[in-house]
Design a protein around this ligand. Structure first.
Ligand code: ADP
Length: 397
């Protein structure tokens, strides 16, 4: 069965068409600037040249129709007709406490996603627009919602409650949820497989280090803690997000700079992290290049980033009372050998050491610790789209 995986943002839409038998990507692409002038569809069919189509996309329904047209096009298409799409898997950012696993989309599910939307006001409404656009164009094709938060719903109360008046949890569901769950789930499972084990018998720490980043503790197959919170702002220092900090800073800066809470929120999400610290870029490659040229702020930002990751690993070793494997994934985790080595320098106390030669890889599955290490250090490329396709198949077959 061919499964269309959709990741819909407010003005963008990413897609992959995956053959669930071979698990091969038949085509992938991106619609940008939906609802804005200069809309662009970039479509990449497997084994053929990439095509760019510039045409107005006033809304997501038009964008989805263009995606279907591209997939079925005589020249750059990969299927003959819509009938060859057996199901659609949608990435949905926030499932609140309602969703601990993926679900087939029904009217009740849509209502429930709407109900938790105030926890992710920028993301969930866009995800719902993607679902309804697909329903309009592909009536009768089953749809599945796969939540970023679902894998973390096994966290115990002691890990998810904030040190706040309990009534905020009761009234507004203010608690820690965690994100990147599809990736933490996929990578922890894959790491165990690579070691010839089941993750149900292991303690695994996954470091998802991309533009956004989070660490999770997966104890015998279940997530017991993760670094992101009610929103993706908590935890690691990220590309543009601050991560953990003294919450009193918000009021202090608002007063000094005359910012509203919404403006402060924007600073914390979009202008902080390694971008704000270095003043160079949110892209780790640019910051590394600046560091190599002697830029001290770039060096300080990278040092702080790696140090924070190492601290979270230490915290999760404590949370699980041990660890068997530590897996690095996402843009920085998969590609940045130097970064992995710097983080692992902090981990000697665990009886593990990185092997410089094995670590000299980009985007490849490999154990990167020295033979005989008590804890396996690993590079495990994530594949969220494949994970969404697998979960979709599971629910519709
Ligand atoms: P997201 O999905 O959150 O946008 P990604 O997982 O794609 O993020 O990761 C993007 C980050 O990965 C960027 O900061 C980029 O600099 C970094 N990255 C990608 N390739 C490399 C590389 N070869 N070396 C260092 N960093 C890299």
């Amino acid at each position: 069965m061919n499964i269309l995986v959709i990741n819909c943002g407010s003005s963008s839409l990413k897609y992959q068409l995956i053959d669930s038998n071979s698990e091969k990507v038949l085509a992938k692409g991106l619609c940008e600037r939906i609802g804005i002038d200069g809309s662009l569809l970039t479509h990449t069919p497997a084994g053929k040249d990439k095509v760019k189509i510039e045409t107005p996309m006033p809304n997501h329904t038009v964008a989805i129709q263009l995606v279907i047209d591209a997939l079925t096009n005589a020249e750059h298409g990969v299927i003959e007709s819509l009938d060859e799409i057996g199901a659609v898997g949608h990435r949905v950012v926030h499932g609140g406490e309602k969703f601990a696993s993926s679900v087939v989309v029904t009217d009740e599910v849509i209502k429930a996603i709407e109900e938790v939307s105030d926890l992710a006001p920028l993301h969930n409404p866009a995800n719902l627009i993607g679902i309804s656009a697909c329903q309009e164009i592909m009536p009768g094709v089953p749809m599945v919602a796969v939540f970023d938060t679902a894998f973390h719903q096994t966290m115990p109360e002691k890990a998810y409650l904030y040190g706040l008046p309990y009534e905020y949890y009761e009234k507004y569901k203010v608690r820690r949820y965690g994100f990147h769950g599809t990736s933490h789930d996929y990578v922890s499972d894959r790491a165990a497989q690579m070691l010839g084990k089941s993750r149900d018998d292991m303690k695994i720490i996954v470091c998802h280090l991309g533009n956004g980043g989070s660490v999770s503790a997966v104890d015998h197959g279940k997530c017991v803690d993760t670094s992101m919170g009610m929103t993706p702002l908590e935890g690691l220092i990220m590309g543009t997000r601050s991560g953990d900090m003294d919450p009193a800073i918000c009021d202090f800066i608002c007063q000094k700079e005359g910012l509203t809470p919404a403006q402060m929120n924007n600073v914390l999400n979009k202008k902080s992290g390694v971008l704000g610290m270095s003043g160079v870029s949110s892209d780790f490659r640019d910051i590394e290049a600046a560091e190599a040229e002697g830029n001290q702020r770039a060096k300080a930002a990278l040092d702080a980033f790696y140090y924070r990751v190492a601290k979270y690993i230490g915290a999760y070793v404590a949370a699980m009372n041990g660890v068997d494997a530590i897996a690095f994934t996402a843009g920085v985790g998969e590609n940045n050998a130097i970064g992995r080595a710097i983080i692992c320098e902090y981990l000697g106390y665990l009886g593990t050491e990185i092997d410089a030669e094995k670590n000299n890889i980009r985007g490849e599955e490999r154990v990167i610790s020295k033979d005989g290490s008590k804890v396996a250090l690993m590079c495990v490329p994530t594949n969220e789209e494949l994970a969404i396709a697998r979960q979709t198949l599971e629910l519709v077959k």
